[in-house]
Ligand binder design. Structure first.
Ligand SMILES: *[C@@H]1O[C@H](CO)[C@@H](O)[C@H](O)[C@H]1NC(C)=O
Ligand SMILES: *[C@@H]1O[C@H](CO)[C@@H](O)[C@H](O)[C@H]1NC(C)=O
Ligand SMILES: *[C@@H]1O[C@H](CO)[C@@H](O)[C@H](O)[C@H]1NC(C)=O
Length: 286
């Protein structure tokens, strides 16, 4: 399998924003505004909103104990139900069906993407690691220790940027296979892979690039297969390199090598610094 396209999926970066016009219909705008109101019980069903982002972090924030605390508090609350999410999709379809077009990727597309991703995001951030903390905090701490920025972008150097980057970590760029293929990263990737398969998005996950959850799953599975030799999905079993004496086990294998670099998929929405700079309030209400 060979991927020749780089999927800049839902980057909430300057390019995506500046090329998009906020042309949502009044009905859709009204619905989304009501949906995001803090008084709406559903507003907390979007995981990063429930964690307090973007308010809890800012540029160069590496205070992972603070994030761990927010995660622990959030994971102690009941999850939103599949019925609640299904209700939101149904209402989005009722109110915004005509708005699901490329030009609305930056606002409606991003909003729908975050709704779709919230159930596995919750499972991923609440996953405990063997170190008595959560996997995502371990992964973020490891990134910080090796000075790896989310998406190799200094503007995403905040807790929001790191957390999104590791749910799931999708590209080994700026790291090596050993650091990329940790048990935690593999498990988090598998949570997303299973979700894409079992609960395919009812809508395109990116109107602009016509991306489905199947495409996201293909790219994710390809990346972990080629870099870590692990198979995501029903037969998932984390590959532990420490018991593998084959030194090539952590390198992309021959036939995959050529396309590995091009398989990089960018799923991140950007850090707070990048988001604030690019969005400047346009999306704040959603
Ligand atoms: C694990 O974390 C819990 C809660 O933070 C703490 O009470 C417990 O002592 C920790 N256990 C170890 C072995 O560090
Ligand atoms: C991979 O990166 C980690 C962290 O930066 C480093 O400790 C390790 O030595 C590297 N491994 C190889 C094989 O280069
Ligand atoms: C690979 O080995 C390194 C160093 O022994 C370890 O830190 C890392 O977690 C291992 N990766 C996996 C997938 O177990």
């Amino acid at each position: 399998m060979k991927f020749t396209t780089t999927v800049a999926a839902v980057a909430l970066g300057a390019t995506a924003i500046s090329s998009a016009q906020a042309v949502l219909s009044p009905t859709c705008t009204t619905y989304l505004t009501a949906l995001s109101a803090p008084t709406n019980p559903l507003s907390k069903c979007r995981v990063y909103t429930a964690l307090g982002f973007p308010g809890i972090t800012g540029a160069n924030d590496h205070d992972t104990p603070k994030l761990q605390k927010a995660i622990a508090a959030y994971c102690a609350t009941p999850a939103c139900t599949p019925e609640q999410y299904a209700g939101v999709y149904k209402d989005i379809n009722t109110n915004c069906a005509a708005d699901m077009i490329a030009a609305n990727q930056a606002d409606l597309g991003t909003t729908m993407y975050m709704w779709y991703m919230s159930p596995p995001q919750r499972d991923a951030i609440c996953l405990q690691s063997s170190k008595n903390t959560t996997c995502v905090i371990d992964s973020i701490n490891e990134m910080i220790a090796r000075a790896q920025f989310p998406n190799a972008n200094k503007n995403e150097d905040d807790l929001y940027g790191y957390l999104q980057y590791v749910t799931p970590m999708l590209s080994p760029k700026d790291t090596n296979a050993t650091a990329f293929c940790t048990s935690c990263n593999q498990q988090v990737a598998n949570i997303f892979s299973n979700y894409y398969t079992k609960s395919p998005s009812p809508y395109l996950l990116n109107f602009e690039q016509q991306l489905t959850s199947a495409k996201y799953n293909d790219d994710l599975s390809y990346q972990y297969k080629s870099t870590c030799q692990v198979t995501l999905g029903a037969n998932f079993k984390p590959v532990d390199n420490s018991t593998n004496s084959n030194p090539s086990a952590n390198k992309p294998s021959g036939s995959d090598k050529g396309s590995a670099g091009q398989a990089a998929v960018v799923l991140s929405m950007g850090g707070v610094a990048a988001t604030v700079a690019a969005v400047a309030g346009v999306l704040a209400m959603f």
